[in-house]
Design a protein around this ligand. Structure first.
Ligand code: PXG
Ligand code: PLP
Length: 442
């Protein structure tokens, strides 16, 4: 194998969303991956309980995707998509469109979830302007929402630490819905809570405050991942849809995590039976092999923008050098073919019940104050240690890693989102390891 030199200098890489000093004092390094497992640099197998960062839905280093990437890299390393094109981009867009809800079949490519969010927000503004309602510029997000790290995304996002450093530079016309997390009513719910659909009614209050004529779009994660697996109450998303439709406001579902099988369907929109006007995606779109994201726009939104001006004029002043990069889109085609061939979305659906019962079996484990789940996602919320929020979950995360299982944590919430190829005994291994870790921490 092509062994790399031992890394002895960790100082140059400024790590993202990481406690750099803590990490570099005791690093955790992964050097290879296959199927459900990583291998760490100290030679241990680590079961991937998080599909990387919620993105490797088909499992690691799948040959079909590796082949497509390798082949494309040797035939078309890069081609511009500004006033030029290449066939792979069009084929990938058609494939992505075929998985979207009816009507959302116009695909704009980006390189990440953050770029997809900023792109969707800009499309919403462009749509209203093309309709002669350019004064509709206000964007509505939700508390505890995560929409990436662009200025648009943190403005509509609802995570305080992601915003406060940059608070003077956030978009000016933004408001937020209340989040739907309520343990007093919904602790230990399996699947969607029955309580909480009325929280969507707050959109009526926000609309009345600002007037509908000023509001461009509402953006929410159909199931919030990053802030600790918040499952939408029954009927909540339907209500948001109804209110948006009533006032001509575009509804954006951020499906960067929920897209491509996480809930057992191609999209959360399909799973919940609620169709937004725009869907943002990234991550599992190509099994995370090469950076790629996309926005699916309803045909009416696309047509409104694209048909607004002269036929020889650029309709949307937006795009990235790497929009529809040949290698990234080739990886998407191979990935979507693999999902279909191996029926991985159906597989996720078929494992959801086992996953749910294995997660909820930890109800009596130490410090557990809530367990919630849907599809192949689960969250376990822990009591925080006095004066040290997040410390306990961090220790559980480290202990699990040392015991050969990768989990995620945010604050004192553990999150689980394995590749969709997971087997029953691996589900047991994840939650069994977490139980032992919980029993061993203070
Ligand atoms: N929207 C949503 C709903 C996301 O979950 C983004 C946008 C941004 O995507 P990019 O590709 O720009 O990172 C995300 C990303 C975690 C975790 O552990 C979650 C994300 C990224 C990294 C870690 O919860 N979500
Ligand atoms: N900065 C400069 C100086 C550039 O020339 C470009 C693109 O041409 C960008 C930023 C944007 O880069 P990207 O298209 O990869 O987002």
């Amino acid at each position: 194998m092509n062994a790399r030199p031992v890394i002895d200098d960790l100082s140059s890489f400024w790590m993202p969303f990481t406690a750099n000093r803590q990490f570099k004092a005791a690093p955790r390094l992964l050097e290879s991956a296959k199927g459900m497992y990583y291998r760490s640099t100290d030679g241990r197998e680590v079961l991937d309980g998080t599909a990387g960062l919620w993105c490797v839905n088909a499992g690691h280093c799948r040959e079909e995707i590796v082949d497509a990437v390798t082949r494309t890299l040797g035939t078309l390393d890069f081609a511009p998509t500004f006033q030029m094109g290449h066939p792979i981009a069009f084929e990938a867009a058609t494939k992505v469109a075929s998985l979207m809800p009816e009507g959302l079949d116009r695909i704009f490519f980006t390189n990440s979830g953050s770029e997809s969010v900023d792109t969707a927000l800009k499309i919403a503004l462009a749509y209203h302007r093309a309709r002669g309602e350019g004064q509709r510029t206000r964007l509505i997000g939700r508390e505890r929402g995560y929409h990436g790290v662009g200025f648009g995304g943190i403005s509509v996002g609802g995570i305080a630490p992601n915003r406060k450093t940059f608070s003077g530079a956030l978009l000016p016309a933004v408001d937020h819905l209340p989040h739907t997390h309520d343990l007093a009513h919904n602790a230990f719910t399996k699947g969607q809570p029955a309580w909480g659909d009325h929280l969507a009614d707050d959109l009526e209050r926000i609309v009345a405050l600002h007037d509908p004529s000023t509001i461009a779009a509402v953006i929410v994660e159909p199931l919030a991942g990053s802030t600790g697996v918040l499952v939408p109450p029954q009927g909540y998303l339907q209500k948001l849809r109804e209110i948006c439709t009533k006032y001509g406001i575009l509804l954006i579902f951020d499906e960067v995590i929920t897209g491509f099988g996480r809930l057992g369907k191609a999209t959360a929109s399909e799973y919940f039976g609620v169709t937004p006007d725009l869907i943002t995606m990234a991550k599992a779109i190509n099994n995370a092999t090469i950076p790629l994201g996309a926005v699916a726009a309803h045909r009416n939104v696309h047509d409104t923008v694209v048909n607004a001006g002269a036929a020889n004029a650029i309709e949307l002043f937006h795009g990235y050098t790497y929009s529809a990069h040949p290698v990234a889109t080739a990886a998407a085609i191979a990935t979507l073919d693999l999902y279909q061939r191996d029926k991985l979305f159906e597989r996720a659906a078929s494992k959801a019940e086992k996953f749910e019962s294995a997660a909820h079996a930890l109800r009596d484990a130490p410090y557990v104050k809530d367990i919630r789940n849907l599809g192949l996602v689960a969250g376990i919320e822990l009591d925080s240690r006095d004066g040290a929020p997040g410390a306990r979950a961090y220790e559980v995360f480290v202990k699990c890693f040392e015991a050969g299982v990768l989990v995620r944590y945010t604050g004192d919430i553990l999150a689980f989102s394995p590749p969709l190829i997971i087997e029953d005994d691996q589900i047991d291994q994840i939650f069994g390891t977490v139980r032992k870790a919980l029993e061993s921490v203070k």
